[in-house]
Ligand binder design. Structure first.
Ligand code: GUN
Length: 280
């Protein structure tokens, strides 16, 4: 078994991005990311701070707007509109989830598609679905980057995605389909889940259920990508029973230190991409 070390792989990608940022700055462009955090959900706060820190480390411009969870939907929409109009902002990210009185759909649709570095806007989601990707969601893009960096072949391979969220499950399947994989989606209503997962050459666990994937569900030598971020007894735990599955997997991502660092790096990648389009 080989560990797919997301920290290491994302470190290489960050060096490439750092060089690109330096070049953009020589042309007078500093890539800028605006992050909006509503309320004080501890996990969201920690993700947002980590995004900010990475921006600074790479020499990017970053703005954090913190709003109370009592804010109205209209106030949030107008904060987004201000960033839509700000020429120094290349990417806008509203951290999810949002308080229940605010429509996530309306908020996502308010972000200018050319600044939607999360790739959640229906226009960008549609472009991925039709095979002309513009901004691809960061976790799926991070998974692809990991596979490519490790020279893992995707064409013709059986990929099984467990989970069908708009943020990870659906887009990662579409992205790997565009790389010529044969893709199967499984979810909470799938009958005989193990019969499907056992077929996977590349198994992506993105269901949000701690240790859902057991050793018996994995084919010998499979590549296992764990997107789960579950808290169990105060400890971060993936969707894969790592200790057991590592005995059968060919390669496996740990949690933490697997997909997580890749996600943040690909957010930086999308923001740099947006800044480059500023030039065009
Ligand atoms: N909440 C959990 N993951 C994400 C993400 O990738 N983007 C945003 N905006 N919110 C999230």
């Amino acid at each position: 078994m080989e560990l797919l070390n997301g920290k290491e792989i994302s470190g290489q990608k960050r060096e490439e991005l750092s060089a690109e940022i330096k070049m953009l700055k020589e042309d007078g462009i500093t890539p800028g990311l605006a992050v909006i955090l509503v309320g004080d959900h501890p996990a969201s706060r920690s993700y947002v701070l980590s995004k900010q820190r990475t921006c600074k480390e790479l020499g990017m411009h970053s703005i954090l707007t913190e709003l109370p969870d009592t804010i109205s939907e209209d106030e949030l929409l107008s904060a987004i509109e201000t960033f839509n109009r700000d020429h120094d902002v290349d990417g806008i990210l509203v951290q999810l989830p949002l308080p229940s009185h605010i429509s996530e759909r309306k908020v996502i649709e308010a972000i200018a598609p050319h600044k939607d570095v999360d790739g959640f806007h229906p226009l960008n989601a549609g472009k991925l679905a039709t095979g002309e990707p513009t901004f691809v969601p960061c976790t799926p893009l991070g998974i692809l980057e990991m596979l490519k960096t490790k020279d893992i072949s995707i064409r013709g391979k059986q990929v099984v995605v467990v989970g069908r969220s708009n943020i990870v499950g659906k887009p990662v399947g579409q992205l790997l389909l565009s790389e010529d994989a044969t893709v199967t989606y499984c979810h909470s209503k799938t009958e005989n889940l193990a019969a499907h997962t056992k077929q996977a050459d590349i198994l992506i666990a993105a269901a949000g259920r701690a240790k859902l994937v057991s050793k018996e569900m994995v084919k010998e030598g499979a590549i296992v990508i764990d997107v789960g971020m579950n808290k169990v007894d105060g400890k971060l735990c993936g969707d894969v029973d790592f200790e057991a599955v590592k005995e059968v997997a060919g390669m496996i991502t740990p949690v933490p230190g697997g997909v997580g660092p890749m996600t943040i790096t690909m957010l930086m990648n999308n923001t740099v991409l947006s800044a480059k389009r500023r030039k065009a």
